[in-house]
Design a protein around this ligand. Structure first.
Ligand code: AMP
Length: 191
């Protein structure tokens, strides 16, 4: 099973990614988490990524693509994977296509979580209090939403036109959303 999970910042991607990946027995690969781990370890990748993350901008495609390529080459990703937060740009979509094609597989679905704009801001402000992420300040939150709209929202149409888009209502309790994702994915042809 090869899945991508999309949605604006605050849609609940990270939370849902873990449940969905566990259900299918595949790793949840979060580019944001990998960047954050590198930032906290002070690696060269972390130093490079931090400048962009703190400003709410995307890390350059070459850097991000290389990191994902290395991660999905690891053994645990051979049976499949769920990508949380990748691809986020049109250039990343073609890169991912090549990565998957090279393994002789195909993408099964692109799940997008939809959540009201007002609810998104409330969730992110609440997360800022509990998790203290550096990029959860009000100004950076706003910038991240803009960048999503400009650079990532167009990907929804790309996957829709390929017949791979699975839209899931991301409003409500975590459990309810997880059940909706499972219900939507259960109707897919098995791979
Ligand atoms: P996330 O945890 O998915 O919200 O990601 C946090 C931050 O990491 C983003 O605001 C970007 O700066 C960076 N990031 C994560 N995934 C990507 C990606 N696919 N392309 C570029 N930057 C990314």
């Amino acid at each position: 099973m090869r899945l991508i999970l999309m949605g604006p910042p605050g849609a609940g991607k990270g939370t849902q990614a873990k449940y969905v990946a566990e259900h299918f027995g595949i790793p949840a690969i979060s580019t944001g988490d990998i960047f954050r781990a590198n930032v906290s370890q002070g690696t060269p990748l972390g130093v490079e990524a931090k400048r962009y993350m703190d400003a709410g901008e995307y890390v350059p495609d070459e850097v991000t693509n290389r990191m994902v390529r290395n991660r999905i080459d690891e053994d645990d990703a051979a049976p499949g994977f769920l990508l949380d937060g990748y691809p986020r740009t049109v250039a990343q979509v073609s890169e991912l296509d090549q990565m998957i094609e090279a393994t002789g597989h195909r993408l099964d679905a692109a799940v997008v979580l939809t959540v009201d704009a007002e609810e998104l801001v409330q969730r992110l402000l609440a997360r800022a209090q509990t998790e203290g992420r550096a990029d959860d300040t009000e100004e950076v939150i706003r910038r991240r939403q803009e960048v999503y709209t400009e650079q990532t929202e167009p990907l929804i149409d790309v996957y829709r036109s390929r017949g791979l888009l699975v839209e899931v209502d991301g409003m409500g309790e975590v459990d309810e959303v997880t059940q909706r994702v499972f219900a939507a994915l259960d109707v897919l042809p098995s791979s």
